[in-house]
Design a protein around this ligand. Sequence first.
Ligand code: FPP
Length: 259
Amino acid sequence: MDSKNLDRSRLPHHVAIIMDGNGRWATLQGKSRIEGHRRGKTSVRVIVETTRKLGIPFLTLFAFSTENWLRPQDEVHALMGLLETYLIAEQPKMMRYGIRLKAIGNRDRLPLNVRRTLEDVIELTQRNTRMTVVLALSYSGRDEIVRMVNKIRRRVLAGEFQSSDVEEEIVSAHMDTPDIPDPDLLIRTSGEMRISNFYLWQIAYTELYVTPTLWPDFREQEYFQALQEYQRRRRRFGRTDEQITEPARLRVGSSGRES
Ligand code: FPP
């Protein structure tokens, strides 16, 4: 299929991806895990490019989890190296196409050279407005929630607001994504039916799509299929079918709970 089968007026605003299966791809090819990640980096380039061409304004890629620090040192080192070369190589394209780079997670744990490169690219691209690429690096959803609680606690202790004032908006504002809309579509490659500590708070109403395709093989065609499936979904946000046929009335609020 090609992008002509997609309804451009009903594309998601934010796609988030759990890029899984680099290791399995490598094993199947008789190659090293690092070779799998290298090939996965090409998929990253293709998917960012396709997202930009489609005009989808937000893309989050789960590139390195808090738990990934426990992998063998040479694999961690290789992943950090791939990340750095990606950032250096893609920076001119980000400027040319108006792409803003953001990172979520605990970046203090990143090696100094990677952190500096990351911060340079974030700063360089901060005023770009056509598309935002969010890299989840040293990120986990639970770690983000713990950091959110501590940020709020410090502000309560400083007397900026009272703990009884804390509601959904305040929690959202203290997550890593205060200026990023919740994902509309979460794609996971390589078939596992789980969230693996990725976005937790943000995916309350996100449509989930799991494909058996391994991340290094996930390219334009697979992406179009995921987007086409998304367009077949009927999003109700806890309301009834009758209510969603009247889109003007649809609001996602704190009282909307999915049935
Ligand atoms: C999961 O495959 C993938 C990762 C842990 C890292 C994702 C990294 C890349 C795609 C490479 C570079 C990234 C950027 C942003 C340039 P896995 O190793 O868990 O696969 P497995 O489950 O088959 O072992």
